[in-house]
Design a protein around this ligand. Structure first.
Ligand SMILES: *Cc1c(COP(=O)(O)O)cnc(C)c1O
Length: 226
């Protein structure tokens, strides 16, 4: 299967999951996760109509952004963030999904170039409280979100989660619903958040059933990573 065929299959599966959940068509956006895949593969997806891509590793991402300058691509950063990398992230991306500390958000805010639109931010939540995973713990989310929402030059949009590997649709759904509840809770505290970044190749139908607005899909589009 070509990248274009895979992309069309995934888009159809997203539309099916939307309609099954009685959600409007196109309420879920597809982020194509291109980490560890070449610029050529990104061009294949681009020519098939996909213009939003997500990367995890900054050096690799900057190299591809440079190579693909002539294309009208919206870049999202979804990898772990060290404080000495925030400037390049603030300068080169439209969205960052993996913010889990105030200090990182503050640096992104200070370093966002003033000629660019506000940087869109999601807070990564460690939804299953796994010691191996990054993200803020659910019970520490509210004060962090309130603090981040006040920073200039960045716009807090919502939450990103990567649940544990669950076998069944029901278990996946339950984890994603906990994330959706956290977002509702923040909005009840006066924040105005519209984004749930959740769902990957193995679990995106359940994420959409729980209210995901952005699915991050790599393998199902580009194949296995090297
Ligand atoms: C790699 C990655 C994805 C994509 O995962 P696939 O299983 O290849 O679809 C999504 N989100 C994050 C944060 C990732 O690191």
């Amino acid at each position: 299967m070509s990248v274009a065929d895979n992309l069309n299959t995934v888009l159809q599966q997203i539309r099916d999951a939307e309609s099954k959940a009685n959600r409007p068509a196109d309420s879920v956006q597809l982020l194509a996760v291109s980490k560890r895949h070449s610029a050529e593969k990104i061009i294949e997806a681009y020519q098939a109509g996909q213009h939003v891509f997500a990367e995890n590793y900054l050096q690799e991402a900057l190299y591809k952004i440079q190579q693909l300058q002539e294309y009208d691509i919206e870049w999202h950063f979804i990898g772990s963030i060290q404080s000495n990398k925030t400037r390049k992230i603030a300068e080169n991306f439209a969205w960052v999904h993996s913010v889990s500390r105030f200090k990182i958000a503050e640096r992104l805010s200070q370093q966002r170039p003033s000629d660019l639109a506000d940087l869109n931010i999601c807070i990564e939540v460690n939804i299953d409280a796994e010691s191996s995973k990054s993200g803020v713990m659910p019970d520490e989310l509210l004060p962090l979100a309130i603090q981040i929402a006040q920073l200039p030059h960045i716009k807090l949009r919502g939450l990103m989660v990567i649940p544990k590997f669950y076998e069944t649709h029901e278990e996946q759904l339950a984890a994603f619903q906990r994330a959706a509840n956290l977002l509702d809770d923040l909005n009840q505290h006066g924040l105005q958040l519209d984004t749930l970044s959740m769902g990957m190749s193995a679990d995106f139908p359940a994420a959409i059933a729980a209210g995901s607005t952005m699915v991050r899909i790599g393998t199902a589009i580009f194949g296995a990573r090297k």
